[in-house]
Design a protein around this ligand. Structure first.
Ligand code: PHE
Length: 341
């Protein structure tokens, strides 16, 4: 029996040094100390030991068992500490590694300009209004004093959905919509997309953008129109910019004017200037006092109220501001181009 015990101790010690993880150590524990383990077999064999030898033998067996148990437990502790350390090392996160920078989008240059113009007018007390792009002939033309067969329709060749429905040729129908539904005082601006039959080239597009303004109240006169647009020009292009009002014609305003601003790029000094082409002036918008016929048709009494309106093309303002020479670039949505603004 002594030999047997020595053998078990030796084998267990060898196996211990080979147990490289907690799982194989557990298997060893079962093999030695488990129900069918080698030490358990020895204890069972005690019955065959003669009575006088049994106490000494029993003590020895128990000592060996305790010793083996302790060896296995110590190794178990070692292994679990090593395994924990290993896991900490493997799962370590290096918080000093720089992160991946997210790609930041930005507003389209046109949208940036719309916001800028909008902010200026909102700062002067205007509210932003909206209207449909698919519009009726009634709002786009008739209420704006452009009856059917009127030659002024030639100025705005439109896309017809049918005889009565058009893609709006300007943002002015929003004026008519606001006047027919709201009571003065009215102070609105309306940015949006408009459509005209045009061949696509560097300066023409069948789709473009305008912003319309409308003020209706008691006692509104040309001085208000001029003051408002002068203030807009200064805020948009700087304190030193000058404006020039040229007489013009629009069926829905009387009198009507076109407004030029002094060239913010060359001040009129460069005969080859890309913005003013040497004239020193840049045409920015059309405007006028709302025609009394329009007020009447929209249900506002021209004896009591008067007003002014203006409309400007945003695409050209955007191109001037950013030095873009081809209108098409605004609509191609090439990120390599748009990313620059
Ligand atoms: N609707 C006109 C155009 O598109 C611009 C305009 C608006 C003129 C308001 C006068 C008043 O050409």
């Amino acid at each position: 029996m002594q030999d047997q015990l020595d053998k078990i101790v030796k084998e267990t010690q060898d196996a211990l040094s080979n147990a490289k993880d907690t799982a194989s150590l557990e298997a060893l524990r079962v093999k030695v100390l488990g129900k069918k383990g080698s030490m358990t077999q020895i204890l069972r064999g005690m019955g065959a030991v003669s009575a006088d030898q049994r106490p000494a033998m029993g003590r020895l067996v128990n000592e060996v068992r305790a010793k083996l148990e302790e060896l296995i437990n110590r190794q178990a502790e070692n292994l679990s500490r090593m395994e924990k350390e290993m896991r900490l090392k493997l799962e370590a996160v290096d918080v000093t590694i720089p992160g991946t920078e997210p790609v930041m989008g930005k507003l389209h240059p046109l949208t940036q300009v719309v916001r800028q113009v909008q902010d200026i007018f909102v700062g002067m007390g205007f509210a932003v209004a909206d209207g449909p792009e698919v519009e009726t002939d009634h709002y786009n033309f008739e209420l704006l004093n452009v009856p059917k067969n009127h030659p002024a329709r030639d100025m705005q060749d439109s896309f017809y959905i049918n005889g009565e429905i058009v893609l709006r040729t300007h943002t002015s129908p929003v004026q008519a919509r606001i006047m027919t539904t709201r009571k003065p005082p009215i102070r609105i601006i309306c940015p949006g997309r408009v459509y005209r039959v045009d061949q696509v080239d560097a300066t023409h597009s069948p789709v473009f953008h305008q912003i319309e303004g409308l003020v209706i109240d008691k006692g509104i006169h040309l001085g208000h129109l001029k003051g408002t647009l002068d203030e807009f020009a200064r805020r948009m292009y700087g304190e030193s910019v000058k404006t020039r009002f040229r007489p013009s014609f629009f069926p829905f305003t009387e009198p009507s004017a076109e407004v030029d601003i002094s060239c913010y790029l060359c001040g009129g000094k460069d005969p080859n200037c890309r913005v003013c082409h040497g004239s020193g002036w840049i045409e920015v918008l059309g405007c006028g006092m709302v025609n009394p016929n329009v007020l009447t048709m929209c249900g506002i009494d021209p004896q009591e109220y008067s007003g002014f309106a203006f409309g400007m093309g945003l695409d050209r303002i955007t191109n001037g501001k950013y030095g873009i020479t081809d209108l098409r670039l605004l609509f191609e949505n090439d990120l390599r181009f748009l990313d620059q603004f």
